[in-house]
Ligand binder design. Structure first.
Ligand code: NAD
Ligand code: UDP
Ligand code: UDP
Length: 334
């Protein structure tokens, strides 16, 4: 009886058409982990478009040549013609040093890039998910941040190309939804870390881990009491897929509510990798948010999602990946 049921289920599944999924920015850190997860499902065909500004083909090397996978060098600020059912729109540099490097390009990517992906979604009837950011809350006056909070953002500061860019991208998503009936999903991603981050990415977790492995001082930007809440990348990917597949437009915060000061993070990395490395206080950059922690009630209630991996579990996984790439094996004390 059971085997007849399984046979029937198999026939039913073989009748379901494949889902063609576009991932913009799929050669980047989160994008490439998302692609790995999507490719696990044999019903998915995945197309990645990326201009390799901060991403790399190397992150996708195991899929190149796979019959259900396609990689296109393309800049999302240009028109794109493909036929797809879903769009995960991630393309945008996420590290402050990279998004500040060419701020005009960053805002074009957020505004024109998102407009183009919405135009594409409209033409082909695809559902589109935008990876927005906790940066839309700016230097928040409400803590923890829930989705209803409108934020405290400097419109003319050095971070504005990114945070105001993402705010306009969210506006475009809702206007296309209201005006053209496009099916939208918005994730507000909080600081995410894990294997495959660029070693010279400039973000705090990758900086501290690389510095500790190299035996260099950990550069804590002053005052060191500012907080962030760090989400491991596999939890993030799980949340993004649930949001895409669920019924809610969002915006929904996806992040890990475990909150740490940068000094606490430095101590945790020292303890894990090398208690002998010193901490060096260095100058901070303008408009650095003083605190950040997601309220994830919506994600829990609407998506049945919450993070599983704590910072202390995730850091060693990242250490292993960084040691391999830096060619510095762990010393075993007998
Ligand atoms: P990443 O820099 O590793 O990846 C971004 C990818 O987009 C790269 O592969 C890059 O080459 C590509 N890209 C940039 N501009 C492009 C353009 N104009 N056309 C085509 N491709 C372009 O960053 P990530 O950490 O993987 O972030 C992915 C997304 O998640 C971004 O939208 C980012 O804003 C969002 N996000 C990330 C975090 C985080 O902590 N990692 C936090 C909040 C939001
Ligand atoms: N667009 C795209 N691929 C498509 C359809 C549209 O890249 O398959 C871009 C197109 O370049 C346009 C933008 O999406 O600038 C917005 O498209 P829409 O149809 O909403 O507006 P319009 O073309 O009328 O400006
Ligand atoms: N930071 C730090 N040392 C570094 C890099 C960053 O102390 O080497 C701090 C930075 O001042 C900020 C926090 O870490 O308060 C997170 O910075 P990151 O660039 O990782 O991401 P953000 O959340 O600012 O986008």
């Amino acid at each position: 009886m059971l085997s007849a049921y399984h046979a029937f289920a198999e026939i039913l599944s073989s009748l379901q058409p494949n889902l063609r999924i576009l991932v913009t920015g799929g050669a980047g850190f989160i994008g490439s982990h998302l692609v790995d997860k999507l490719m696990e499902n044999e019903k998915n065909e995945v197309i990645v478009v990326d201009n390799y500004f901060t991403g790399s083909k190397d992150n996708l090397k195991k899929w190149i040549g796979h019959p259900r996978f396609e990689l296109i060098r393309h800049d999302v600020t240009e028109k794109l013609l493909v036929e797809v059912d879903q769009i995960f729109h991630l393309a945008c540099p996420a590290s402050p040093i990279f998004y500040k490097y060419n701020p005009v390009k960053t805002i074009k990517t957020n505004v024109i890039g998102t407009l183009n992906m919405l135009g594409l979604a409209k033409r082909v009837g695809a559902r589109i998910l935008l990876t927005s950011t906790s940066e839309v809350y700016g230097d928040p006056l409400e803590h923890p941040q829930k989705e209803e909070y409108w934020g405290n953002v400097n419109p003319i500061g050095v971070r504005s190309c990114y945070d105001e860019g993402k705010r306009v991208a969210e506006t475009l998503m809702f206007d296309y939804h209201r005006q053209h009936g496009i099916e939208i999903r918005i994730a507000r991603i909080f600081n995410t870390y894990g294997p495959r981050m660029n070693i010279d990415d400039g973000r705090v977790v990758s900086n501290f881990i690389a510095q500790a492995i190299r035996g260099e001082p950990l550069t804590v930007q002053s005052p060191g009491t500012q907080t962030r809440s760090f989400c491991y990348v596999s939890d993030m990917v799980d949340g993004l897929i649930r949001l895409m597949e669920g019924e809610h437009t969002g915006p929904i915060n996806i992040g890990n509510p475990g909150e740490f000061t940068m000094m606490e993070l430095a101590e945790a990395v020292k303890e894990l990798i090398d208690p002998a490395v010193p901490v060096k206080i260095v100058e901070n950059t303008p408009d650095d948010p003083r605190q950040r922690k997601p309220n994830i009630t919506k994600a829990k209630e609407l998506l049945g999602w919450e993070p599983k991996i704590t910072l202390r579990e995730g850091l060693p996984l990242m250490e292993d990946d960084f040691r391999q790439r830096l060619g510095v094996p762990k010393k075993h004390i007998n």
